[in-house]
Design a protein around this ligand. Structure first.
Ligand code: PEP
Ligand code: MN
Length: 348
C-alpha cells in the first residue's frame, strides 16, 4: 500500500505516518517526489487497518498496490528508471541501447576484434559469457576468470561497457570486479540466493526472463533485487517455451508493453535466444524496437560457424550492421533514437 501525502504535508506529519505504520507492525519507506512524498507500507499481509492511516493529518490518499510486487511497480514509482553506466550509456531513457557480442568469450583475437567492430557500429555495451550455463554438462562451459580478464581488456581498448553472466552467488563477487552489468540468466531467474547477492553487489543487473516464467514472476524476481537495495535493474525478454518447434523459443513481444504499464524498469529484448535462428534475429529485433523495447542484446560472432556456443543464432558483423541501420529508422519513427553514448549517432 502507498500512503500519498498532501503536497503541503509537514516533515512532522510524515514522521507521524511512518511511526503509526511501524506501530502497526509493518515497515515504512518514505519516497520523496517532486510534488509530494509517498510512503510505502511494506509487509502488507492484507490486514492493514487503513482507516487508521486515512485519518492522519497530511494524508491525501491511500493507494492499494494490488500486485504481489511493490518497488518495481508503477504505483511505487511513476517515472521510468534510467540506469546509467560509467561509459555514459543510459538504459531506459529516450534513446535505445545496443548490447552485442558473442555468446561466449573464446579467445583474445575473437573478443577484441568483435568489440572494435561493434563499437564502430554504435554498440555501447559488449556482451560475452565467461561462465556459461549450458544445458549439457559436456558443452563448453566458458573461459571463467580468463574470460572476465579479456572482457576487461576489451573495455579498456574500446570504452564499451561490459555485461556478463554470474552463475552463482560467489560468481557475483567475481563478476562484479570486471563487469559493468551483472547478467542473471534465464535458468537462474528464480535463484533467490543469487538474486539477493546481486541485489547487494552495487552494480546494475540485467535480469533475463526465465524460459517458463510469467511476467509477474519476472517482476517478483526483480523485486528481490530492489528489496536488497539495488534500483538499477534492466529486464530482458529472451523468449519462453512454447509447443512450436520452428524456433528455439517464442519471443514474447507483448511482454514489452505489459511490463511498461506495470513497471518503471527498463526492458530490453534478446532476439538471439528468443528465436535461436540467425535468419529470424533481424526481423524480431526490428519488431522489438517497434514494440517499445529500450534496447537490444544481440549475439554477434566474427565467424559464427566456428562459435563455441550458439553459433546458429549468432549474426555475422555485417548482418548486425544492417540491423542497426534498420532499427535506427524504426526508433526515429516512434520518436526515439539509437545513440552511441560514447560519441556520435551511428548513422549520422
Ligand atoms: C546468454 O545470454 O548467452 C544466455 C545463456 O542467455 P539465457 O540465459 O537467456 O539463455
Ligand atoms: Mn548464448
Amino acid at each position: 500500500m502507498l500512503i500519498v501525502m498532501k503536497n503541503n504535508a509537514s516533515a512532522e506529519q510524515i514522521r507521524t505516518v511512518v511511526g503509526v505504520i511501524k506501530e502497526m507492525g509493518y515497515d515504512a519507506m518514505p519516497i520523496p517526489g517532486g510534488q509530494r512524498t509517498a510512503i510505502g507500507l511494506l509487509g502488507n499481509d492484507g490486514g492493514v487497518a487503513s482507516d487508521r492511516l486515512e485519518g492522519l493529518e497530511g494524508v491525501l490518499e491511500l493507494i492499494p498496490v494490488s500486485h504481489p510486487y511493490k518497488q518495481v511497480s508503477r504505483e511505487w514509482q511513476d517515472e521510468n528508471t534510467v540506469v546509467s553506466l560509467p561509459n555514459g550509456t543510459k538504459i531506459g531513457g529516450s534513446d535505445l541501447v545496443l548490447m552485442a557480442g558473442p555468446c561466449s568469450v573464446e579467445n583474445e583475437v575473437q573478443i577484441l576484434g568483435v568489440a572494435h567492430r561493434l563499437k564502430d557500429l554504435g554498440v555501447t555495451v559488449l556482451r560475452g559469457g565467461a561462465f556459461k550455463p549450458r544445458s549439457s554438462p559436456y558443452s563448453f562451459q566458458g573461459l571463467g576468470l580468463q574470460g572476465l580478464e579479456l572482457l576487461a581488456r576489451a573495455r579498456e581498448e574500446t570504452g564499451l561497457a561490459v555485461v556478463t553472466e554470474a552463475l552463482d552467488p560467489d560468481g557475483v563477487d567475481l563478476v562484479v570486479q570486471y563487469a559493468d552489468i551483472i547478467q542473471i540468466g534465464a535458468r537462474n531467474m528464480q535463484n533467490y540466493t543469487l538474486l539477493r547477492r546481486a541485489g547487494r553487489a552495487g552494480k546494475p543487473v540485467l535480469l533475463k526472463r526465465g524460459m517458463s516464467a510469467t511476467i509477474d514472476e519476472l517482476l517478483l524476481a526483480a523485486e528481490y533485487l530492489l528489496a536488497e537495495g539495488n534500483p538499477d535493474v534492466i529486464l530482458c525478454e529472451r523468449g519462453i517455451r512454447s509447443f512450436d518447434t520452428h524456433t528455439r523459443n517464442l519471443l514474447d513481444l507483448t511482454s514489452i508493453p505489459v511490463v511498461k504499464s506495470l513497471s518503471h524498469l527498463p526492458i530490453i529484448v534478446d532476439p538471439s535466444h528468443g528465436t535461436g535462428i540467425r535468419s529470424k534475429v533481424t526481423p524480431m529485433g526490428r519488431a522489438a524496437v517497434a514494440a517499445g523495447a529500450d534496447g537490444l542484446i544481440v549475439e554477434v560472432h566474427p565467424d559464427p560457424p566456428k562459435a563455441m556456443s550458439d553459433g546458429a543464432q549468432s549474426l555475422y558483423p555485417d548482418q548486425f550492421a544492417k540491423l542497426v541501420d534498420e532499427v535506427t529508422v524504426i526508433a526515429r519513427a516512434i520518436g526515439r533514437d539509437v545513440t552511441d553514448s560514447l560519441g556520435e549517432n551511428p548513422t549520422d
